[in-house]
Ligand binder design. Structure first.
Ligand code: UD1
Length: 434
């Protein structure tokens, strides 16, 4: 298993570029199932979850081509025949987003077998709302041997009201609705930019959708969709992580190729903490560290609120701020696994239920720490960038699920970070569930 070796203390300076959004790319790749024509997606990040999705689609019979040396971020998918509409456990066990193929597979082929998802170990993460919606659209769903099996002649439009806001649930049912008979009205939908991105692709494929990005989405089902070419949005979580990297190291960093609008909640909080943030253009944000960071509370919410996917990274920053920062996690239970590692590096954090209380500033000292999930890993990288000495981060495969070449990008702006492969790793350990 690879490790990161990071020596803290360097302020980050220069320009760092944001990749395409993993969480947009995953549903957009799944949307290719809905047509027999070619779907070409640009700005696809080169991260582990995307490789898994490519393998998943190929295993179902899709032709999947990556753009080649000159366009490695372009992927073309053609699902002319889906000979095996099964999402096998061996492929999807590390990736929760496998549930995203459920809706499109039933809509296109009338049947789907999907292994129950894995992914980050942050709480129970059920998919009951996906199932409930598909059943309301006429699918018959059974569960056996760790697989969901769904069947429907043709899905029927329905009135769906989500009991709870769910991002992939909204995306999954949106993809089911575009080929369903008649109209589907979806209420209490997720408003995340990733839903907007997917709706834009589906519309380019010939779907009739109104209200993507609002809490009410109306879909008029069509008989067939055609191919399209689409560019994936920038990754707002990667961009937010870089903003914090600039702030925490007291640097002067330009985060390029992002979408500043998608970062509003994060930017507002950084400013409250005393960080200087300048929006230089719609896709460029400059961040400069504060003389003294001030404590500021966060409470994670659905978009446009403060994202749960930035909570761990923000906590690393809060350890350096003067005063008490209260961090409330409202989306996932059990999403404080980074805390014990930050404490091992010298942070002063107490957790009670869904609330973490961070007292700062704490002098962080380098340590050997373990990454437990994707965003927790990012939090540890940020902490290591300011810690005194050389930290070793183990299990960076979690990081590789969602951050493209992070060590090269950070090294490019002055961080002392390198990847170290572990030649003694037992065989097969790499594929451990993430
Ligand atoms: C997506 C993102 C993830 C992010 C999360 C919240 C992808 C691939 N992943 O995950 O990075 O952290 O949104 O912004 O886009 N829930 C149910 N039943 C369901 C579905 C969800 O109870 O059927 C609950 C979950 O347990 C959680 C909440 O709803 O408490 C939100 O989860 P959801 O929005 O579905 O997260 P994901 O779509 O899995």
């Amino acid at each position: 298993m690879d490790k990161f070796v990071i020596r803290g203390g360097n302020p980050l300076r220069g320009t760092i570029r944001v990749s395409g959004a993993k969480n947009s790319a995953l549903p957009c790749m799944a949307a290719a199932i809905l047509t027999e024509d070619e779907v070409t997606l640009e700005n696809i990040p080169q991260v582990r979850d995307i490789e898994t999705e490519r393998r998943l689609l190929a295993s179902m019979g899709a032709e999947v081509r990556q753009g080649g040396a000159d366009a490695p971020h372009t992927t073309t998918i053609r699902c002319q025949r889906l000979s095996d509409p099964v999402a096998k456990y061996e492929i999807v066990k590390t990736m929760r987003a496998s549930s995203l193929v459920l809706g499109p597979l039933i809509a296109r082929t009338g049947m789907a077998r999907v292994a129950m998802p894995g992914g980050c170990a942050i709480g129970g993460r059920p998919i009951d709302l996906h199932i409930k919606g598909l059943e309301k659209m006429g699918a018959v769903i059974t569960q056996q041997h760790g697989y969901l099996e769904a069947r429907a002649e043709r899905l029927k439009g329905a009135h769906l009201v989500f009991d709870k806001i769910t991002v992939t649930g909204t995306e999954d049912l949106l993809m089911a609705a575009v080929l369903a008979e008649d109209e589907t009205l979806m209420e209490n939908c997720a408003r995340e930019p990733e839903v907007v991105d997917l709706a834009a692709l589906l519309t380019a494929m010939g779907a009739k959708i109104e209200g993507g990005g609002t809490s009410t989405i109306r879909v008029e089902g069509v008989g067939r969709l055609h191919g399209a070419r689409h560019r994936i949005f920038p990754d707002r979580i990667e961009a937010g992580t870089f903003l914090i990297a600039g702030a925490i190291t007291g640097g002067d960093l330009i985060v390029a190729g992002c979408n500043a609008t998608h970062l509003s909640a994060v930017i507002a909080k950084l400013e409250e903490a005393g960080v200087r943030v300048d929006i230089l253009g719609p896709d460029t944000v400059r961040v400069r560290g504060a003389e003294r960071l001030r404590a500021a509370d966060i409470s994670t919410e659905e978009y446009p609120g403060f994202p749960t996917d930035m909570q761990a990274q923000y906590m690393a920053l809060a350890t350096q701020a003067e005063g008490v920062s209260v961090v409330e996690e409202n989306i996932f239970e059990n999403r404080f696994m980074h805390v014990q590692e930050l404490v091992r590096m010298g942070a002063n954090i107490k957790v009670e239920g869904r609330t973490a209380t961070v007292r700062g500033p704490a002098k962080l000292s380098a340590a050997a720490v373990m990454c437990s999930d994707l965003r927790a890993s990012a939090s540890l990288v940020l902490a290591a960038l300011v810690a005194d000495g050389e930290s070793i981060l183990d299990r960076v495969y979690h990081m590789d699920r969602g951050y493209e070449r992070i060590e090269e990008k950070l090294a490019g702006v002055g961080a002392e970070i390198r990847r170290m492969g572990n030649i003694f790793a037992p065989k097969g350990e790499e594929s451990e569930a993430g």
